[in-house]
Design a protein around this ligand. Structure first.
Ligand code: ADP
Ligand code: MG
Length: 254
């Protein structure tokens, strides 16, 4: 068993809209080990995005706690939390917060310049390499509004990876992609994971989830079950993994 990087204890999240309270997460207990690649699946509205937001400190919990490296993030002040996010976490979320005034490349390198982890040259080189691996090097100088949704999604991933975060949170990172681009993204994520990055990803795609090591199934704000697939070393057993996952999801009532 590896070291736990992220842990949720009795995590609850309730949204109150027009006096009605919606208990989106109900007592979630969850652990993520260092270097683990986990996928979260579940019906639409089951709380997957909310789980990612609360685990990453983007949103506050209603009760319970979230520990990052054993430290409770809900008692961190704004500065501690933003340092943690900048240096240790990467995010690919559905609402993509790209800056409209910057070109794609500048958006990607910006978080790199905001830390002292690497020199500007190193950040630039890494950005170029990531863009190349994800097949979007040609849009480096483009404005945000000049590129497709799929290109923008890959640019967001490049930006999330620029600081080599300890943990990457990705909410449907292939949601806007065709199968070729999706394969490139999964290849890059597996590579990052093989180099030690911990990844927590939400996906609807069985093919994408089959690339992960463990699949957690969320229903009505609760973890209903999990399937351990083990690390995928190469593409050759992709179909077998996908099949295993499909059978399990069927048992889960997917
Ligand atoms: P999923 O990602 O699994 O589709 P979400 O976590 O996005 O599910 O949403 C779960 C539930 O929480 C939904 O009923 C949604 O309407 C509600 N919800 C999500 N975000 C908010 C918010 N900011 N304010 C109020 N309700 C929200
Ligand atoms: Mg969602």
């Amino acid at each position: 068993m590896g070291k736990t990087v992220l842990e949720a204890k009795e995590l609850c999240k309730t949204y109150i809209v027009d006096k009605y309270s919606n208990n989106v997460l109900r007592n979630v207990d969850f652990k993520l080990n260092e270097g683990e690649f986990t996928a979260i699946m579940g019906p639409s509205g089951s709380g997957k995005s909310t789980l990612l937001y609360t685990l990453s400190g983007m949103d506050e919990v209603t009760s319970g706690s979230v520990l990052f490296d054993g430290k409770d993030i809900s008692i961190m002040n704004h500065k501690q939390l933003s340092n943690l996010r900048l240096n240790e976490m990467g995010f690919v979320f559905q609402q993509m917060y790209m800056l409209k005034k910057l070109c794609i490349l500048d958006n990607i390198i910006l978080p790199g310049y905001q830390t002292s982890k690497a020199s500007k040259t190193e950040v630039n080189d890494r950005a170029r390499k990531l863009m190349h691996n994800l097949g979007i090097e040609s849009i480096a100088q483009n404005e945000i509004f000049e590129v497709s949704g799929g290109q923008l999604q890959r640019a967001c991933l490049c930006r999330a990876l620029i600081n080599s975060p300890k943990i990457l949170f990705a909410d449907e990172p292939t949601g806007a992609l065709n199968s070729k681009a999706s394969t490139e993204v999964m290849k890059e994520l597996r590579k990052a994971n093989s180099e030690g990055m911990t990844i927590l990803m939400v996906t609807h795609s069985e093919k994408v989830a089959a690339s992960s090591e463990r699949v957690v199934f969320l229903v009505d704000g609760n973890i209903k079950g999990e399937l351990y697939l083990g690390k995928q070393e190469d593409d050759s057993d992709g179909l077998v993994r996908e099949r295993k996952l499909k059978i399990w999801l069927d048992e889960m009532g997917w």
